[in-house]
Design a protein around this ligand. Structure first.
Ligand SMILES: C[S@@+](CC[C@H](N)C(=O)[O-])C[C@H]1O[C@@H](n2cnc3c(N)ncnc32)[C@H](O)[C@@H]1O
Length: 452
């Protein structure tokens, strides 16, 4: 433990604490070798362009070295040290009703291989590298759970310094049901998002609507509904400003209350808008979302969650980063909110889901590789007419994406509803690309003149 003391935000003294583990190799600020990314593909779409750089986060960080200090926000949802591996399941993939499972990524850290220390030595340099890409007002959001959050806070303190901590957000990701509810302890139904920032970082929590009991609602002379709360820690200057806005109520004994105007919903209930706090129990898990949002990737997060993160920590057109992208939820949210997202992942299965998602949701995506990732060959056949091509995989297989490549090399005319065969329109196409959910891929060149 270092003896140097710093003052924290509340003015108290804080002694930096560093975490030790057997064989620790992590050193904050270690150089990451710069490298070039190799361009692979352009997926056509509309809106702010998103970028995907395939590869391990450390290699991807090397390709972004020249962009240090330019990102407004980095979000990561890395492995949680859960001791499990994650698979995509393809129903009836072998044609006999058996489910084929392909590993998407591993999250096992065996004791013989360094256990939790190996996990920390894997994750910490990647978090450190992302912190260095952030602007002076940038924030890093690390989404984990009870298994490693207490360790990562100490590491993030070390990376950002004792003044870097902003929030520990609790997201209620599941109802307290089944095994969790009967486990002889409180249900572990929560994830933690640790938020750290550089010196100028300011979050802008969005507003959310909260119901107000009708018995707490009063009406002013104009008939406007309001509720009140004690002045709390408002300064005299703030109270004076609120009084000018007509938002102060004084009791006969002179006590000061702040008025909050409320809105009446169509069903007669009242709601008040409040800034979101660090308890996020109002964003439903993916399993409660519609089919259109689900990609089939095992640990996909709801887009609403990422939209809240991006709204609070980035501005329209700003650069956001997620080098553990999985199915690409951060890029999808970035596209929806007009941010310029950069994603990465090292799993070919994740990359397949992300490519198909970009096509389905219509976001323009440029894809490059920081390091080569082997794409298994897809066994598929092609039938063409003058204007279309049909790709088919053997019985039991399932395609995730088919697309036509134009003369500029860009992919378009996508079909993304998973099935055994897909037909794409091929006017002026030079090739057809098909991809399954295990990342296996094939590209068929098209002859210049095709059958009628
Ligand atoms: C929990 S998942 C992310 C899920 C994602 N948030 C979503 O909504 O789909 C973690 C991802 O990190 C990736 N990953 C693990 N270690 C990595 C590394 N060193 N570099 C890049 N990606 C990594 C895995 O392949 C996996 O896709």
């Amino acid at each position: 433990m270092s003896a140097r003391k710093t003052r924290d935000r509340e003015g108290g003294a804080r002694t930096p604490v560093t975490l030790q583990w057997a064989g620790r190799t992590f050193r904050p600020g270690a150089t990451i070798a710069a490298r070039e990314a190799e361009p692979l593909e352009i997926v056509r779409g509309s809106g702010v362009a998103q970028r995907l750089i395939e590869g391990d986060a450390l290699a991807v960080l090397g390709t972004l070295a020249a962009e240090a200090g330019t990102f407004e926000l980095a979000y990561v949802d890395p492995p949680y040290a859960s001791g499990a591996d994650y698979h995509v399941a393809e129903a009836a993939a072998d044609g006999r009703g058996q489910t084929r499972r392909t590993k998407a990524y591993e999250d096992t850290w065996r004791e013989g291989d360094g256990g939790i220390g190996a996990y920390l030595d894997h994750l910490a340099p990647r978090l450190d590298g992302m912190a260095r890409l952030l602007a002076k007002n940038g924030t890093l959001w690390v989404h984990v759970d009870w298994r490693a959050n207490y360790l990562l806070r100490v590491i993030l303190d070390e990376i950002f310094g004792p003044r870097g901590f902003r929030n520990e957000i609790i997201w209620k990701r599941a109802p307290n049901l089944g095994r969790q509810a009967k486990s002889g302890q409180f249900g572990r139904t929560l994830d933690t998002i640790l938020v750290y920032g550089h010196a100028d970082a300011r979050l802008v929590p969005p507003l959310r609507r909260e119901p107000i009991a009708a018995s707490h609602v009063r009406f002013d002379e104009e008939g406007q509904a309001f509720t009140t709360a004690p002045r709390g820690d408002y300064t005299d200057a703030s109270i004076a400003r609120l009084a000018e806005e007509g938002r102060i109520l004084r009791s006969p004994s002179g006590r000061v209350y702040v008025k909050y105007f409320v809105a009446e919903g169509p069903d007669g209930t009242y709601v008040r808008e409040r800034p979101v706090d660090a308890l996020w129990n109002d964003i439903a898990p993916l399993r409660h979302r519609g089919r259109a949002e689900k990609t089939g990737y095992p640990t996909q997060k709801p887009r609403e969650l990422l939209e809240r993160v991006l709204l609070a920590g980035s501005t329209p057109g700003g650069k956001v980063l997620d080098l553990f992208s999985g199915s690409g939820t951060t890029l999808a949210a970035a596209h929806a909110l007009g941010r310029a997202g950069t994603g990465g992942d090292r799993s070919i299965v994740a990359l397949a889901h992300l490519r198909a998602r970009a096509a389905r949701e219509g976001f323009p995506l440029t894809i490059s590789a920081a390091e080569p990732i082997a794409r298994p060959a897809l066994a598929a056949t092609l039938r063409t007419t003058k204007t279309s091509a049909t790709v088919s995989v053997p019985s039991g297989g399932r395609l995730l994406l088919a697309a036509a490549r134009n003369r500029q090399g860009e992919l378009g005319n996508f079909v993304t509803e998973p099935s055994e065969s897909m037909r794409v329109s091929t006017r002026s196409a030079t090739a057809v690309l098909a991809l399954d959910e295990h990342g296996a891929c094939v590209e068929f060149p098209l002859p210049a003149t095709r059958p009628t």
